[in-house]
Each structure stands twice: as C-alpha cells, then as structure tokens.
Design a protein around this ligand. Structure first.
Ligand SMILES: Nc1ncnc2c1ncn2[C@@H]1O[C@H](COP(=O)(O)OP(=O)(O)OP(=O)(O)O)[C@@H](O)[C@H]1O
Length: 581
C-alpha cells in the first residue's frame, strides 16, 4: 500500500505521523505513551463561508464581531481554505488521537442551512472520488474533516508498521424525523432504547406526531408508509477501513444514502443530522488494548421555513438515494415536518448543552433522538469537543447569524464548567485504561462458541430464510428464486452506476468541461434509469410473491445473532493477527 499521509500538507506537529519515522523511533513504541489525565474540554470556532458565485451581498459583521459575539476561540473568514481549517482545528486533535491511546474528540458542525457544515465535515459536492484521490496523490485539498482524518490515520499506522496491530472502523448514523438509520447498513433502523418514542410523544405540539384510529401514537415510519425494515439493530454497523479507497467508498455511501433535499437556500441540503464515528483500536507491545474515537457530527441546517420555500403544504420529503426498492416518501407537509423536526432537535441540543453548563442534576437527553445519540460523545470523560459554527453572515441572514452565535455562547458556558462535570461523569473505559487483549481474546472465543451454537439451533428451528415449497409448483418456485436474484443484482447495479456517474462528473470537472451533452454521462444516466426500473419491477414482484407465503424471511433474532457472530469472528481475527493469541 502507498503511504497515505497527504503529501500536500506540512508535517504534523507532534509525533511520528509525518514523513518517515523519527530517529530512535521504533515501530509501535511511541504511539503508546501514557497520558496522565484526560479532561473534557470544548472549543468554539466560527467559519464564515464566502458568497456563492454571482452573489455580492455585504455583511454587518467583522471577523472580530463574530469572534466576540460567539465567544469563539478561532474565527475563519471567507478566504480561509479548507486546508487551513483542517490544520488549525483537526490536526492537533488528530495528533493526539494517533499518539494517545483511547483519546476521543468530537467535532460538531452547527449553522443555518447552506452555511457549509457538510462542506467542512465531508467536502464540497463531488470531490469524494477515487479519481480525485489518485489525481492529488493523497487527500485532495478540498476534502473535509472525516475523509482527511481517516486517510491520515491509515497513513500514520502504515508508516509505523502498526497496521497489523491496529484496526480502524467507521460507523455512520443519521437522525431523520426522530428516527435513526444506519447509513452503512442499508439504512436499517438503529434502535436506541426509548429515544425516538419518548421524544415525539412528549411533544404534543409537534406536527410530526400522528395517532391511529384508537389514539395510539404512530412512529413517523408508520405514517410515512415505510416498510418495516429487517434487522433492527441496537448499534450501527462498524465497517473496517483499510485503504483510502475504502474511505472514499464509505464517504460516498454516506453522501448517497443520506436524506437530502434541494431547496431555495441549498441544492443539496441535508435534511438529517449525521454522526460519523472513527474508532481506532490498538494493541500495544504488552498486549493492552485501547480504543479511541473521532466523532464528526454534521447537523442538519436550522432554517426559517419561509426562507427555504417550505410551508405546511410542501410535498416531497427528503429522498434517501441509493435505496433501490425503497418506498419514496411523498406526503403533503413532509418537508415542513422535516424543517420542524430539525429545528426542534437543535433546540433540544441547545437545552442539553445549557443544562450541562448549569450543572443540572437532570439533563434531558431524551428530548430528541439527536441528543440521545450525542449523549455518549458529549459526556465521555475523554471527550474534547470542537463546535464549528458555520455562517453565511450576509445581511439577509442576520437573524440566523445571531441565533448561531447564541449557540456558540451556550457552548462556551458549558466549556467553563467542564472540569466539574468531568469528575462527575464516570469514564466508560475509552481512555487509556486498556484491557488485556489476551484476556479479551479468550472471552471473545467463548462468546463466539456460544453464539455459533445459538445460530445453529435457531437455523435448525427454521428461523433462517427459506422457500416454502408446499402448495407451489416447481416452476413457480424457480420463478421466485430467479426474480429474487434479479432484484439483488439490480440493486447492486444501481449502486455501481451511481458511483460511476459521480466519477465521471469529477473527471469532467477537473478537465474544466461541462456535464451538458457529455455522452458517457448520458449513457450512464440511461443505464441507471433502466436499472432503477428493473429494481422497481423486481421489488414489486418480490414483495407480491412473498405475500403468497412462498418465502419466509430470516427472523430478526437470528439476523442479530448472525451479525454478532460475524462481528466476533472479525474481532478475533484482528486480535489473533495482532499477535495476542
Ligand atoms: N467555505 C466554503 N468555501 C466554498 N464553498 C463553500 C464553503 N462553505 C460552503 N460552501 C458551498 O456552499 C454550498 C452549501 O454548503 P453545504 O452543503 O456544506 O451547507 P450545509 O450547511 O451543510 O447546508 P444544509 O444544512 O442545508 O445541509 C455547497 O455547494 C458548498 O460547497
């Protein structure tokens, strides 16, 4: 594998991640330094985006005003490049992540719609491609926090010969209309006990709250007509990433599956909050296992519904792309509900942070799915939280700018009381309190054996997916199996074609060409339409056939056990390859 540390940035200031190993550095040693004490701290930074091409609107705000009003530690003006922001904000935390076992940091991008949150966390539209990566010979200068951090981490591990004893995993969860979805696992619903149900039912004024004929509360998924998703899991899937290309694929999958919508203020507006977690697990030379995390949160944009052209009659909720066969949401008022839901959850986040700042005994994390999701990263003992306040700051956005600044001051207050809280929040063992990897391995093997037995038992009981041949002629069964295979192939093809279109767009952009009239893009577009139609038809046939009783799906309980078995197997393989067997 090629060294992955981006060549176009100056060396990291600490440790061994830049260039070759330092004199005296022995592979695997320097990274395992002792940290005497971890603290919980919060930094605020303001990033003002430039006006879009063709816009000339002036602003009432100087950078100094912004800094003092938001109580910010750092301010970046419209001319600051992505690289400068990365170097100033991300790199110091990245250094610690790489050198202090168990170090955790959170980056929270907050701001009005279209202010540059996704730009900061992921990058501008269309840059997350293999093509861009290969052309730049490292992380492209435009890449955002998440892809840059992931690639830099892999590069550092490789240079230090630690790839065998380290594992980098990523998970991505979206909060959309108070429900959580796993973006790396076909948008399966991620259940966090009590979170979404309480959040919605506690708010009688919430437009998103609906009831059935008996007055029973209906979760949004039900009234949106969404199918029950198979395999609801308690936690999001963690995907192992081994190369820059894996990072590109993950980032693009997130981009493609996230709920997005075009409106007057942003043509690729994220209508959901998205949390990406990079987990680095390391086994040191004495066999101790540590786990550090970098958490990137791209919050959905707060919006004044009138400005974005959304009202109670607006139809067509966010489309989750890349989901062949999934029912598209198109319910009157859905976009309005989205805006309300986003604004409610951001208010809940503000209240939570304010309560933390006041050192309240009770902090209402359960007010929204977002705060439930952020509870762990925000209260972790080793968490270093950086809030990036993204701004448009032109005159017409004055009230949004004021409101973003207010969020900054709330966070700053919380930062002031952080030391107190750090003592009262118990550590979840993610600091350098490393467990012995060898002991963990023995425990995992025991768990694997028990889980495998469970899977076998449940399969023998008929809980795995199967065809029910009774009452069906052989050609009918064969027809069903053929269509099922066609459905799965078509889903894969749709995903591949979307990736190829993104690649082509990037090539054209780099070559300074236009997408209009590009033959290759048109061909891909036509193939995509055909593949989407095939998926739609096959999914219709599949679900109709399933209602005849010809096929029984796997039970969720067995699915969970099988997922657990796979995770345990991978985990054991990792520990064994790290030499702790
Ligand atoms: N600092 C910047 N420099 C150049 N372009 C930027 C900058 N910040 C944002 N943009 C551009 O502005 C547009 C909107 O940005 P982005 O999608 O990141 O906004 P957002 O805050 O995530 O909005 P939403 O909340 O609606 O999802 C994008 O095309 C993005 O590339």
């Amino acid at each position: 594998m090629e060294p992955l540390r981006p060549a176009n940035l100056p060396p990291l200031s600490v440790g061994t991640t830049a260039g070759s190993a330092r004199p005296g550095e022995e592979a695997g040693r320097e990274i395992f330094v002792e940290i005497s004490k971890t603290t919980w701290c919060m930094k605020i930074c303001v990033r003002r985006r430039p006006c879009a091409a063709g816009e000339t609107e002036s602003s009432n705000w100087t950078l100094e005003d912004l800094k003092s009003k938001a109580a910010a530690d750092t301010v970046f003006g419209p001319d600051t490049s992505q690289q400068e922001v990365l170097q100033s904000i991300l790199e110091p935390q990245l250094d610690r992540f790489l050198h202090e076992p168990g170090f955790s940091a959170v980056f929270l991008a907050y701001g009005q719609t279209g202010s540059g949150k996704t730009h900061t966390i992921f990058g501008p539209p269309g840059v997350l491609t293999e093509h861009d990566y290969n052309q730049s010979g490292g992380s492209p200068q435009t890449w955002g926090f998440f892809p840059y951090a992931a690639v830099a981490t892999l590069g550092a591990l490789e240079r230090q010969g630690l790839l065998k004893r380290a594992q980098l995993k990523v998970s991505a969860v979206e909060v959309y209309l108070e429900r959580m979805f796993d973006l790396l696992n076909e948008r399966h619903h991620v259940a966090v006990p009590g979170a979404s149900v309480r959040a919605a039912s506690n708010r009688p004024d919430n437009e998103s709250t609906k009831y059935d004929a008996n007055g029973k509360w209906l979760p949004p998924g039900k009234w949106l007509g969404e199918k029950t998703l198979p395999g609801i899991s308690a936690t999001a899937k963690k995907t192992v990433i081994d190369s820059a290309i894996d990072v590109v694929h993950v980032a693009r999958l997130v981009e493609a599956t996230r709920s997005a919508q075009s409106h007057a203020l942003n043509h690729r507006s994220s209508r959901s909050h998205c949390m990406i977690t990079l987990t680095l697990r390391l086994i040191d030379l004495t066999g101790n296992l540590s786990e550090g995390r970098l958490v990137f949160v791209d919050l959905a944009g707060s919006e004044r519904v009138g400005k974005s052209g959304v009202n109670a009659e607006s139809t067509g909720g966010a489309k989750a792309f890349n989901l062949p066969g999934r029912v598209t949401v198109d319910i009157p008022g859905t976009r309005f509900d989205e805006a309300r839901s986003v604004n409610c959850s951001l208010s809940a986040l503000g209240r939570v942070i304010a309560a933390l700042a006041r050192r309240d005994k009770y902090v209402s994390f359960r007010d929204s799915a977002l705060t439930q999701l952020l509870k762990d990263p925000l209260t972790g003992c080793a968490a270093h939280v950086t809030v990036i306040l993204a701004l448009r700051a032109e005159q017409s956005n004055d009230s949004e700018t004021q409101s973003t600044m207010r969020f900054g001051t709330v966070c700053k207050d919380a930062a002031g009381s952080s030391n107190m809280r750090a003592k009262s929040v118990p550590s979840k063992g993610r600091t350098n309190k490393a467990g012995a990897a060898a002991g963990a391995l023995a425990e995992l093997r025991k768990q694997l054996m028990a889980t495998t037995e469970e899977v076998e038992r449940m399969t023998a009981e008929g809980q795995d997916e199967h065809v029910n041949p009774q009452g069906f002629a052989a050609p009918t069964i064969q027809g069903f199996l053929d269509n099922k295979a066609k459905f799965e192939d078509a889903k894969r093809l749709v995903t591949r074609l979307k990736e190829q279109m993104a690649e082509r767009r990037s090539e054209l952009r780099l070559a300074g060409g236009s997408e209009d009239g590009d033959k290759r893009l048109q061909e891909l577009g036509t193939s995509l339409t055909t593949a989407q139609q095939a998926t739609f038809v096959a999914s219709g046939i599949f679900y109709r056939q399933v209602t005849t009783g010809i096929w029984t799906g796997r039970t969720p309980a067995l699915q969970q056990k099988m997922t657990l078995r796979d995770q345990l197997t991978k985990e054991i393989a990792f520990l064994e390859s790290a030499g702790t067997a």
